[in-house]
Design a binder for this molecule. Sequence first.
Ligand code: GUN
Ligand code: FE
Length: 425
Amino acid sequence: MHAYRANIVYTPTPDAFRYVELGYVVVNDEGRVVDVFEHLPAEYASVTVTDFGDKLLMPAFCDMHVHAPQYRNMGLAMDMELLPWLNTYTFPEEMKYKDEAYAKRLYTRFVHELWMQGTMRCAVFATVHLPATLLLADLFNDAGMGAYIGLGGMNRHSPQPLTNTTQQVVAGTIQLVEHCAAYSNHRVRPIVTPRFVPSCTPDMLQALGDLARDYQMPVQSHLSENMSEIAWVSKLEPETASYGDAYNKYGLFGQTPTLMAHCCYTEGKELQLMRNNRVFAVHCPTSNCNLASGMASVRTLLDNNVPVALGTDVSGGNHASILRVMQYALQVSKLQYTNSHGNLRFLSLSETFYLGTKAGGQFFGKVGSFEPGYEFDALVVDDHYLNFDNYSLPHRIERYIYLGDDRDIKFRFCSGQLINEPKQE
Ligand code: GUN
Ligand code: FE
């Protein structure tokens, strides 16, 4: 048992932050929160207390959509829409991950970057290359951070060096399952990852749907991001009622827990299918701006009871920080509010923080909050330079979301464990 003392901020529900000034989080030996207290109860009097003084203590971030092999392109090459962007910049970079030495060098930096940004849990796309993907899983495991790792499935409309066969992606994903099962903690896990409908033949999609069912693995992919992409999918899958319905046909749409990035144009039948199948929409507003894709209406998704989480989508997204994504999500929702003449209520600060913590955290179990039973995933933040004039705790968290960055994060915890800086080379 251990207690941490600081200014505690978290979102048990989207409607409001819970604040406890100079309070205590008691964490048990399994790394789970016992409870949050204003004063340490007598029964915990003998528990060791780590006092973080006037710092902030908040749940760590969950990045529910990010591409590890696009790390080198982060902040580059955003002068095209999705389909030419993939062919011109993204596929050539991802091809390099056939080279394990290259993969090791760049994936090491990628994991370090997520650590730096306070992202203790993520859902990651790797490439079609199994050795590099196993290496990425090892790097997350060595760091102690939580991640769903996906070996990409790609067997059509892709350059030959960036393809695999149905048999290879199925066998490779099973190897990834076995590889992850050997880790001593189970924070790094496999996820079934067809890149998107245009990259996978019906045969591959069906095999991956069957694999997800047989191994009870979650699924991640891309959905309704860009108009040209959507038009292409309706040509490739003319029998389906929507893009989402194409995944659904193959058992890749909520048959096991599913993350679908973007959903910029999701409406009507697709929206209903997402709600009925409990498919997560992963909102990636920085990427959607950069690739001029369009923009998901988070309010419409939430009003229709579709679960929503946040993703950086590096390198469509230009930055690996979920704080930045929160800021974009807030600001974009206000543009949508005015463009809809006030019909789409803009996001509140607490809703947005919830999306970046507890909403994504659900995918990992009880993660992203400090309620009893939650895994203690936390950041200790020193905001003293922002707090030069006695701001209230609500104002401190607001300023941290808008003005803070990774340099303010002093300590990171994942499942109760202090996560030290992973090596960079
Ligand atoms: N759709 C298929 N692949 C990708 C990708 O790498 N990034 C984004 N943003 N969309 C995709
Ligand atoms: Fe993506």
